[in-house]
Design a protein around this ligand. Structure first.
Ligand code: ZN
Length: 59
């Protein structure tokens, strides 16, 4: 038996920007650690953590 992961497949996170302008979190509009030029959904550290909790195995 292989160990099954509860975490859904996720896109790899973009590299964090060393300096601004930073993209805004799509959930709370706080600045994220990612560059504004990053495409797709970007989350601030807080929302990223909350999403991780939500997606965590609740078994
Ligand atoms: Zn956020």
């Amino acid at each position: 038996m292989t160990e099954e992961s509860c975490a859904p497949a996720r896109e790899p996170l973009p590299p964090k920007a060393a300096e601004g302008p930073y993209a805004r979190c799509v959930l709370c509009l706080e600045p994220t650690e990612y560059a504004e030029s990053v495409k797709g959904v970007v989350l601030c550290p807080v929302c990223e953590w909350q999403e991780a909790q939500r997606n965590a195995c609740s078994d």
